[in-house]
Design a protein around this ligand. Structure first.
Ligand SMILES: C[S@@+](CC[C@H](N)C(=O)[O-])C[C@H]1O[C@@H](n2cnc3c(N)ncnc32)[C@H](O)[C@@H]1O
Length: 509
């Protein structure tokens, strides 16, 4: 390699402009301090070549060149990329035509190279499932079945298929380092995926990052690096949390993943089974055999209307359309419409006065001809704009039938940074999909359960079941909320301590 070398601090082109293209193609460049650590791990396989299936602006090639310079090794750079423009950015960043001769412009996942590779590194495109076409989804399903013998949930993102395909292309004794969003081990598909990975390969290390050290500060993802070798699985792996960006991560990899606890890095050995159960992106957690939130409450997502613009409106709009109020229920749509932890009827009326919708047209199965004339005319308008053919609405019979929910005593705002919180629903409002409904199993215990939900231990434990995003944002799905572990202190402080004894008795049986 004759080209100018990039230093650790030289910047690759920023991912700032062309935001939409970036999302479509998943183009977010890896910083050099992270790329160097990943490349160093992969090249420990003593390979004389490095394969990057998603070359982009060449972050890993640049890192490999730096490493070659430091260690006087000679490494052949090979890769695939679908976007020629990204490769031209690689040249702007200091890579030469010579460095890029081993890059083929082709789709790695669906039309990848036939051969295997002893050292693979990637930051695969992070494309969420709803941006993948039905045709591609079909092909990915087929591919997954071929590789792991099963399919993965339809909500699996593109990066996961990149990961599977790369593992399949890894030579025996080869090494692979992938940086991916935390949903890779927190999503609904994660257990199936990781059972296969951990039964088939050896997990050497998992690297996570605090907010201060995030490799992609402008993107809403919590990144995790997986370092995996094509060797017999082992029962333990090394887990680390990077507290600061810098050369510490490379040092940690070069020193063979030592245990550490300092300002830059916290690292320890963990059991693979525990990691699988906890979620590899999350810190070590003690096993919780006690009570969980689902023992006290059941949860459901809020109502999905299929078209808020049509079904959800203000009182003024109800009146202007001459629709009878008796066909409406009061509802709450956006989490930011509720400040604090209490929702009252006065609050709903204030929102309505501000022009925020709080009236939900809540029709049942009554045939259209038996509904009042004004409603018939309004539904006719809905039909004219094609609502009956919309994805969610299409599944309903008749198309205008609204999902039903009992007003939940508690709402849960399940997505956000500081905003995930429980809300007391004194308005008996029906929540839309921005919220989860929380119903106490015993209505007499409502006051205690309110205390339990808001206990600091319960709030802190949300992260044990949540999906994590950038800057500390989390998302808790309904089933996951029921799995939130409850501490004995939370139960005692909420006046539910008698239940701890019952539970201990049950566990002893
Ligand atoms: C997240 S970027 C990573 C680029 C670079 N390796 C880095 O880490 O900075 C992912 C790259 O994968 C490319 N890509 C997307 N789909 C691809 C596919 N099916 N096959 C090959 N490359 C693909 C995108 O154009 C993008 O440049």
């Amino acid at each position: 390699m004759t080209a100018t070398m990039l230093t650790t601090h030289q910047k690759l082109p920023s991912a700032g402009p062309r935001r939409e293209t970036l999302r479509e193609k998943g183009q977010f460049w890896t910083p050099q301090w992270v790329a160097e650590a990943m490349v160093t791990y992969a090249l420990r396989s003593h390979s004389d070549e490095l394969f990057d299936p998603a070359v982009g602006a060449g972050a890993f090639f640049a890192a490999a060149k730096n490493m070659c310079r430091r260690t006087s090794r000679n490494i052949r750079l090979i890769g695939t990329e679908i976007d020629a423009l990204a490769l031209s950015q690689a040249k702007d960043a200091g890579l030469t035509d010579d460095d890029l001769t081993g890059v083929e412009l082709r789709d790695f996942v669906l039309n990848g190279p036939d051969r295997r590779f002893p050292a693979i590194v990637a930051n695969p495109p992070y494309i969420r499932h709803h941006r993948i076409s039905a045709e591609t989804k079909g092909a990915l399903k087929y591919l997954t079945k071929q590789i792991i013998g099963k399919t993965l949930d339809g909500r699996t993102g593109y990066h996961v298929f990149f990961f599977l395909k790369a593992l399949e292309r890894l030579s025996s004794h080869g090494r692979l380092a992938f940086i991916m969003p935390a949903d890779t081990c927190e999503g609904v598909f994660a257990t199936t995926l990781w059972k296969w990975v951990l039964d088939t390969y050896r997990l050497d290390a998992v690297v996570t990052f605090t907010h201060d050290a995030t490799p992609f500060p402008s993107v809403d993802t919590n990144a995790v690096i997986f370092m995996i070798s094509a060797e017999h699985p082992r029962p333990a792996f090394q887990w680390c949390r990077c507290n600061q960006p810098g050369p510490f991560l490379l040092d940690w990899v070069e020193s063979g993943f030592p245990e550490a606890s300092n300002a830059s890095i916290f690292a320890l050995t963990r059991e693979v089974n525990e990691g699988l159960e906890t979620g590899l992106s999350r810190p070590l957690q003690e096993r919780h055999d006690g009570l969980v939130l689902g023992d006290f409450a059941c949860t459901m997502r809020g109502v999905a209307t299929g078209s808020n613009e049509f079904f959800f409106m203000t009182a003024a709009e109800v009146a202007a359309r001459n629709l009878p109020f008796s066909y409406f229920v009061r509802a709450i749509g956006r989490t930011r419409d509720v400040e604090g932890d209490m929702l009252t009827m006065k609050h709903l009326d204030e929102l309505d006065a501000e022009g925020r919708p709080t009236y939900l047209l809540s029709l049942g199965s009554t045939p259209i001809q038996n509904l009042p004339g004004s409603i018939q005319r309004y539904l006719q308008k809905g039909a004219e704009i094609g609502l009956p053919d919309r994805a969610l609405i299409k599944q309903r019979k008749p198309w205008y039938k609204m999902e039903k929910r009992e007003p939940p005593p508690f709402l849960f705002a399940y997505l956000g940074r500081r905003n995930t919180r429980f809300i007391r629903n004194k308005a008996n409002a029906i929540p839309l999909t921005g919220f989860l409904c929380v119903y106490p199993r015993e209505i007499e215990a409502e006051e205690n359960i309110w205390l339990l939900l808001n206990h600091p231990d319960t709030i802190a434990n949300l992260s044990r079941v949540a999906k994590s995003y950038g800057s500390g944002a989390i998302k808790v799905e309904p089933r996951a909320l029921e799995r939130v572990p409850l501490s004995n202190k939370a139960l005692e402080d909420s006046g539910l301590s008698h239940l701890i004894k019952n539970e201990q008795r049950r566990l002893a049986l």
